[in-house]
Write a protein that binds this ligand. Structure first.
Ligand code: B12
Ligand code: SF4
Length: 463
């Protein structure tokens, strides 16, 4: 039995633009969900994982599979449907799962033979058995997996073409920020994989660099932090020789022992969502965690960096309190905090989030011709109507933010600082140049986007 597991690409996403900027090559991450599905698949299935982010293959030149499984973020849905239509035209059954299939079940059901909602660990073997007998059901629901049932991912099935391997050590997030799908999809309960499984899985990864895909590697409560320390100790003891990056909340900075153990275990960079410059903005999006009284973000960033760990800071443009000038202010504040790389995104109502419900009820979802418009739900296009910013206005704010933060003098100052402190200057250089190069690509993308979205976009105040 031959199984293709496919990660569709979206040509609007920067990482696919390798021809235009070779730096993007370093930012293609492995589709871990498909490697986990492969780990759940019995040996009688011959599996090929196709990651279209490395280039879409000529499917007609490949042997006919018995089953196709497709994953998709919302931004990949259009391409997922094209791929599904192609295989269905050959009579090959197509199953789709992942975040978009879960949040937009009805839309997906119209376009594939079978949909798996939720996490797949408990249900995928049954789906395969049904497929083998030609009796696929229209819908399966995996719910939330027992965390001990998460198998070792089949890392060997995607062996070349990536700088980073991928691993997951926890699932779920209790914080439920309004714009984020994680709590809705993976639950509020923070589930921890057994430490020996994680160490063993690290040992299976060929790449020297690894992305820990966890939404919050260290968690929020004292017992989570204690467990993170145990994990880092076990990783250091296993002498993995890996260098890794992860997402955390700002409380990562609050515990010197945690930082020191993380660095010893190979941590070289963290991605932290600062999201908004103001307390009111943080309250509006529900990121209460960043509101802890008396936090000095600059000092927090510096404490992390002292352990030779890079900090990527993420902010959102388009909150209801954001007014003209917000782009430049974000760049200034991020520079003041001293982050090594800045990632600013447009506030985007993703299906299944609280923000989606709110914006829908206020008729503020501007790009709402689905499924076509999903391709713009990359967080790099302003798909909604914003309170104080028109379409031109919000794009101008994003350009001003990026131009200011990634001006050549600032890039050089940051990279020289990294060099001086011996804090991964090469990664910092590649990251900064990659973002800087994408500024030019983004200009063209914004111009095309404005033509596409026409006049749907008046700001809420103007409309
Ligand atoms: C790692 C990651 C990335 C990596 C992608 C790596 C990759 N190629 O997959 C990078 C950094 C590139 C990335 C980019 C983006 N991401 Co991202 N990312 C994640 C993250 C943190 C973890 C995903 C992961 O690996 N999980 C671990 C695996 C094991 O879980 P899984 O993929 O969900 O798979 C399980 C089930 O879903 C199911 N399943 C999945 N696929 C299939 C298929 C079949 C057939 C079946 C049966 C089951 C099944 O089975 C698996 C096992 O249970 C998630 C958050 C999250 N917790 O999911 C956000 C998340 C998926 N990203 C999100 C977003 C918005 C993006 C971006 C669009 C925007 C951005 N700038 O971040 C881009 C777009 C990329 C693109 N190509 O279009 C959103 C998606 C929301 C949505 N509705 O689409 C999430 C949920 C975060 C959020 N804030 O809400 N991301
Ligand atoms: S943005 Fe981060 S902290 Fe907020 S719900 Fe999502 S994963 Fe949790």
């Amino acid at each position: 039995m031959r199984l293709y597991l496919i990660n569709p690409s979206n040509p609007l996403v920067a990482i696919t633009k390798v021809k235009e900027s070779r730096w993007n090559r370093y930012r293609v991450w492995k589709p871990l969900g498909l490697m986990v599905l492969a780990g759940l698949t019995p040996p009688e299935w011959e599996i090929s994982i196709v990651d279209e982010n490395l280039g879409a293959p000529d499917y007609s030149a490949m042997p006919r599979p018995d089953l196709v499984g497709i994953t998709a973020f919302t931004s990949q849905a259009n391409r997922a449907y094209e791929v599904a239509a192609y295989f269905r035209s050959l009579g090959v059954p197509v199953v789709m799962g992942g975040i978009h299939a879960t949040m937009c079940l009805e839309e997906v059901m119209e376009r594939v033979d079978s949909v798996v909602t939720g996490e797949a660990e408990s249900i995928w073997p049954e789906v395969l058995e049904d497929a083998r007998h030609g009796s696929l059901k229209r819908r399966y629901d995996g719910g939330l997996a027992e965390i001990d049932d998460v198998p070792l991912a089949r890392h060997n099935l995607l062996n070349t073409g990536y700088t980073f391997g991928a691993i997951q050590t926890t699932r779920g997030c209790p914080l439920n920020c309004t714009f984020c799908s994680v709590t809705a999809f993976n639950g509020a309960h923070y589930r921890l994989r057994p430490i020996p499984d994680i160490v063993r899985e690290f040992q299976l990864i060929r790449e020297k660099y690894v992305l820990a895909v966890d939404d919050n590697l260290i968690g929020t409560r004292p017992e989570h932090i204690a467990r993170a320390k145990d994990l880092f100790r076990a990783m250091a003891q296993a002498n993995l020789l890996k260098e890794w990056v992860a997402q955390t909340t700002i409380n990562f900075a609050d515990d010197e022992e945690l930082l020191s153990l993380a660095a010893k275990a190979g941590c070289r960079g963290v991605f932290i969502g600062f999201e908004s410059l103001s307390q009111e903005g943080l309250r509006k999006i529900g990121k209460k965690f960043n509101l802890l009284k008396g936090r000095d973000f600059r000092a927090s960033v510096q404490r992390i960096q002292r352990h030779k760990i890079l900090v990527v800071g993420s902010f959102i443009i388009g909150l209801d309190i954001d007014e003209p000038g917000i782009g430049k202010r974000i760049a200034e504040v991020a520079s003041r905090y001293g982050v090594d790389i800045l990632n600013t995104l447009f506030l985007t109502p993703l299906p299944g989030t609280r923000l989606w419900d709110q914006m829908k009820s206020e008729d503020r979802i501007a790009l709402n011709r689905f499924p076509e418009d999903w391709k713009y739900y990359t967080l790099t296009f302003p798909v909604a109507r914003y309170k104080h910013l028109s379409l031109d206005g919000i794009i101008a704010e994003m350009i001003s933010c990026d131009r200011s933060f990634y001006s050549m003098p600032r890039v050089l100052r940051r990279v020289c600082g990294n060099l001086w402190q011996r804090r991964k200057p090469l990664i910092s250089l590649v990251g900064n140049l990659s973002y800087r190069r994408n500024l030019q690509l983004n200009r063209k993308a914004y111009a095309d986007f404005k033509r596409y979205s026409g006049n749907k976009h008046n700001s809420v105040r103007e409309s």
